[in-house]
Ligand binder design. Structure first.
Ligand SMILES: [Zn+2]
Length: 470
């Protein structure tokens, strides 16, 4: 009887082992198409077991997570995934390269007047939808002189040598075909703390570009030039009475810490530029500060899935709730763009932050890599910003998350993400770590690590505000 029990237990253990095949998180289907020359298998397996993919051994992290890079040939690729006692076959199809047709630009004989039909339409420096080529976002009713086209874009003449490109879908022909220059009828300025407001009245809505002026300072040992926000350059195009019909004005922004700025046309053709200064309580810089936290993804949008099976949307929310507490402990007023597993569109996240009159907006994410970067050894924290006014905050966060928290430094980057393009507050996006990498994911899902990271971020915001008062 005793021997029987003994054998029975052995049988149970081996039966359990038999069903415990490696858990493949990515690719998320056994048969899939990936347009890249490399990809990876991400998943988990009991530490210490043997796992091979096409006979190559897979390195399993002590947390159980693994990430294994494979090459893809054009056509069908088969992968045999074998552990101690099971075998799985994955088939990945890589499409052959298509030859892209080049588009010939077309230049018209005469300018044609078009009008913008929607709000928030980007004017671009090149005829492509590409992040950082945005010159300005236009409001409905702005009149443009179009002088040509290329693919899906019209070429907009701004001044003699200044051009931009606008997507054909967001403009229509102006019935009056009036391409004449506009007139500036008045200019006034209000200083109503914490706001500086410029009013420029015109007789019609013409294109303008408001851009951040970058200046440079030497670092302390004079080895590197550090860019900083010096102010805003405003150029209004197609206005009479100025050289090349170009009205230029510089708004100095260097002498006060700026929380944000915005520009828009009113219904009666008044161009408004609003700058808002940061109001800082020197003893307790976070007291009364309005902060909107944005846990990335939610609902059907999972974000990335970690090697241990955790969904990014859940980790982002878990962490945002801890960060909210840490910031509230220092007196901040904190809002979330989502409190639960709901789906929130990107522009709604921006609207929520604007409606809260946020001083700071922090979008919280965890990273992955695209297939084509499967072999990159990136690890750790990266911080993103768009406007130069947010760069110093982004840098402070990165310094502390790497220095005090010990995350690997994955870089500071300027990117044109929808949630970052809002210039009405300081805006940063955190990729705390790579959920797909075993070394990072084991930290990111640990509540103790999350609490520590929240403390480090709260401290970073204090450091940022004390720094800008110097
Ligand atoms: Zn994300």
């Amino acid at each position: 009887m005793r021997y029987f029990l003994y054998f029975f237990i052995i049988f149970l253990i081996s039966a359990q082992n038999f069903v415990q095949a490696a858990n493949i998180i990515y690719p998320n289907s056994e048969s899939t198409t990936i347009d890249s020359d490399i990809t990876f298998f991400i998943g988990n397996e009991k530490y210490g077991r043997n796992l091979t993919i096409n006979s190559e051994p897979v390195k399993i992290h002590e947390s159980g997570g693994f990430l294994h890079v494979v090459k893809l040939e054009p056509g069908q690729n088969n992968f045999k995934i074998k552990d101690n006692d099971s075998t799985m076959i994955y088939t990945i199809y890589r499409p052959d390269k298509k030859i892209s047709q080049s588009v010939q630009p077309l230049i018209y004989k005469n300018s044609i007047s078009y009008v913008v039909v929607k709000n928030n339409i980007p004017l671009r420096s090149t005829p492509y939808d590409y992040g950082l080529n945005r010159l300005q976002h236009f409001y409905k009713g702005v009149q443009l002189n179009v002088i040509g086209e290329s693919g899906n874009f019209y070429k907009v003449k701004l001044a003699r040598d200044d051009f931009g490109w606008i997507n054909k879908a967001f403009v229509k022909k102006n019935d009056s075909n009036d391409i004449s220059a506009a007139k500036i009828t008045s200019f006034s300025y209000d200083d109503i703390p914490p706001k500086n407001i410029y009013h420029i009245k015109l007789n019609k809505k013409v294109p303008y570009i408001l851009s951040e002026r970058v200046s440079y300072n030497w670092n302390s040992d004079k080895t590197k030039l550090i860019p900083y926000f010096n102010g805003l350059d405003l150029v209004i195009y197609n206005v009479s009475g100025y050289p090349e019909n170009k009205y230029e004005y510089f708004i100095n922004g260097r002498n006060f810490p700026l929380k944000g700025y915005k520009s828009y046309y009113t219904a009666d053709n008044e161009l408004i530029i609003e700058l808002v200064k940061s109001q800082i309580n020197t003893k307790e810089p976070l007291k009364g500060l309005i902060i909107t936290l944005d846990p990335g993804h939610g609902g059907k949008e999972y974000g990335t899935t970690g090697c241990l099976g955790n969904k990014e949307k859940d980790i982002n929310l878990e962490f945002a709730l801890k960060l909210k507490k840490a910031l509230e402990n220092k007196g901040a007023i904190v809002f979330l763009t989502r409190n639960d597993d709901s789906e929130v569109p990107l522009y709604d996240r921006v609207k929520i932050s604007q409606n809260n009159h946020s001083d700071i907006f922090i979008s919280i994410h965890n990273n992955a890599l695209p297939d084509s970067s499967a072999d990159k050894e990136n690890l750790g924290t990266s911080v993103y910003y768009y406007s130069l006014i947010s760069k110093r905050l982004a840098q402070t966060l990165l310094n502390n998350l790497t220095g005090k928290l010990g995350m690997n430094n994955d870089g500071l980057r300027q990117r044109s993400f929808a949630v970052l393009r809002n210039t009405e507050s300081l805006c940063v996006l955190l990729e705390l770590g790579y959920l797909i990498k075993p070394e990072d994911s084991v930290k990111l899902i640990d509540p103790e690590f999350q609490n520590k990271a929240a403390e480090v971020i709260a401290h970073s915001l204090e450091e940022y505000y004390s720094g800008i008062l110097e």
